[in-house]
Design a protein around this ligand. Structure first.
Ligand code: PMP
Length: 438
């Protein structure tokens, strides 16, 4: 009997025993095309440069606490990230994963306003149907009811506006642009309702991953959000934990929207699965306020800037940038979109196929005309996940995402090194899995 505490306590999991490019291999030798381990694996499973970097670093020095010393890989990685980062992002704070990055961002925003003499600023506004992590602060920012429900009495009070979810919420006759402006303007309404002098930050994902299934904002939405934040002195925190690091066709997803945040959170693809690592990038203005004020960010974890994790991430970012892999994700993503549209676009239960780069979502509905979601008791997404595993495909189906109703979607996030024939293999397997369930 296993003593590991699995997430699903009633199911037996295969044992991951090997990796080969885009495939995970279990202990029985079955190969799984890895297209959705929560959008982590951007380089595939056997990248020699990253493996070598980890081996060399662990042999040289495994750990040095950043309260006492910094390390070469952490310094070089921060330089490289800043060289490519949008806007005036100027400093990098390393953490061990996505939730730690969003938690740190919330606390940094708070401390920035304390240092600059605006202690009444403490409200965070985020969006419904969003996910920013599972620790209590990050969960408070997230607007996904299913994830929040059990812990509701313990959550920090934060408020949520509408997401930018064109497929489900744009009204008939409204242009995409007008829809985007309308939902962006909800931010202004909410800031005015709370009192601008009390609001410190707005947090959002440029392309919504786990809760909606690769939903990008419409053109102009984030420009309007940036304007509103600037007008009221509210910090813009972008959560690119899932959509960042090249997945959408740009190294940073917000590059597509032509805006830059004040604080940017990344994780997943940063370590590409070779090490657990995340990061929070912040503007020079925020950093300087703390340096020139108390001189101490009142936050920290033991493994901040871990040398082996940063060495792995440095090798990952060098691979991404030197091989122009974000652009490849863009090209392969467009191909994936058209194969999906050709092969399953007419399925009576496929409502929408969308996304950017190698970050694609398929929304499943019981009725395409009315866009009516499946009843959650049917567990459509869970059944497809199981059927896909049986076919040798790891994808990321989720259900229960729409407020007040249920919705099922499948998220696809293959490694950027995926080849043409593997895109076809992906869709072959997915098509069989879907048609075995609905
Ligand atoms: N933000 C987003 C957008 C995510 O998708 C996730 C993870 N799915 C997180 C935060 C939390 O990251 P982690 O699981 O590494 O804590």
């Amino acid at each position: 009997m296993s003593h590991v505490f699995p997430r699903h306590t009633k199911s037996e999991l295969p044992i991951a025993a090997g990796g080969d490019g885009c495939y995970l291999i279990d202990s029985a030798g079955q190969r799984f095309l890895d297209c959705g381990d929560a959008a982590v694996s951007c380089l595939g499973h056997s990248n020699e440069a990253v493996i070598k970097a980890v081996q060399e670093q662990v042999a040289q020095i495994a750990f040095a606490h950043t309260g006492f010393m910094t390390s070469e890989p952490a310094e070089t990685l921060a330089d490289l990230l800043i060289e490519h980062a949008p806007g005036d992002l100027d400093r990098v704070y390393f953490v061990s994963g996505g939730s730690e990055a969003t938690e740190a961002a919330i606390k940094l925003a708070r401390q920035y306003y304390l240092e600059t003499g605006q202690p009444e600023r403490c409200h965070v506004i985020a969006r419904r149907q969003s996910y920013h992590g599972n620790t209590l602060g990050a969960l408070s920012a997230g607007g996904n009811e299913w994830r929040r429900a059990q812990f509701a009495p313990m959550l920090i009070e934060m408020t949520h506006i509408a997401p930018c979810y064109e497929y489900a919420e744009k009204t008939d006759g409204e242009s995409s642009f007008d829809y985007g402006q309308r939902v962006a303007n909800e931010l202004e309404t909410e800031i005015l309702r709370l009192g601008p002098e009390t609001v410190m930050a707005f947090m959002a994902e440029p392309v919504v991953g786990a809760t909606l299934g690769a939903v990008p904002a419409v053109e102009g939405y984030f420009k309007r959000i940036r304007e509103i934040c600037d007008q009221y002195g509210v910090l813009l925190i972008l959560d690119e934990v899932m959509c960042g690091m090249g997945r959408t066709g740009h190294l940073f997803a917000c590059d597509h929207d032509g805006i830059a945040p004040d604080i940017l959170c990344i994780a997943k693809g940063l370590g590409a699965g070779y090490q657990p690592i995340g990061a929070m990038l912040c503007s020079g203005q925020i950093y300087d306020a703390i340096r020139d004020g108390s001189g101490f960010f009142q936050h920290g974890h033991t493994y901040v800037g871990h040398p082996v994790a940063t060495a792995a991430a440095l090798a990952v970012v060098r691979e991404l940038t030197s091989r122009d892999l974000p652009a490849r994700a863009g090209v392969m993503g467009d191909k994936l979109q058209s194969i999906l549209e050709n092969r399953i676009g007419q399925h009576p239960n496929v409502g929408d196929i969308r996304g950017r780069g190698l970050f694609r979502g398929i929304e499943l509905v019981s009725d395409r005309d009315t866009k009516t979601p499946f009843d959650s008791s049917l567990g459509v997404a869970g059944k497809i996940k199981k059927a896909a595993m049986g076919e040798g495909l790891i994808c990321y189906p989720m259900s229960g995402t729409r407020d007040g109703r249920n919705g099922d979607h499948i998220l696809l996030a293959p490694p950027f090194v995926i080849e043409d024939e593997q895109l076809v293999e992906l869709v072959d397997k997915l098509e069989r899995a879907i048609s075995s369930v609905i």
